[in-house]
Design a protein. Structure first.
Length: 94
């Protein structure tokens, strides 16, 4: 259970990097921020979607099999991850 909570939080951080990365593609940023921007883009555009899909799938399967209860999971993080997963699917595939 603790490892699932850890990956839920890591996935939420990567999803936040995805949203920031989408914003960074629109706005201009200073040259000294380039290393930070590259890190955010890697986390957001390469790591976020596969990790989010995997964690969301594991959460849904465990909930359906009654291995974990809904009150054991942080509802805001799960909702945020699922919402951003829909945005990522729309962004990458439509």
């Amino acid at each position: 259970m603790r490892i699932l909570l850890f990956f839920l939080r890591v996935s939420a951080i990567c999803n936040l990097c995805f949203l920031i990365g989408c914003l960074l593609r629109i706005i201009h940023y200073a040259a000294w921020m380039e290393i930070i921007v590259k890190t955010i883009l890697v986390l957001g555009f390469i790591v976020a979607m596969p990790l989010n899909m995997l964690v969301s799938l594991v959460v849904i399967i465990l909930l359906l099999l009654n291995k974990i209860m809904r009150h054991d999971l942080p509802k805001i993080i799960v909702a945020f991850n699922l919402l951003v997963l829909l945005i990522e699917l729309w962004y990458f595939y439509l």
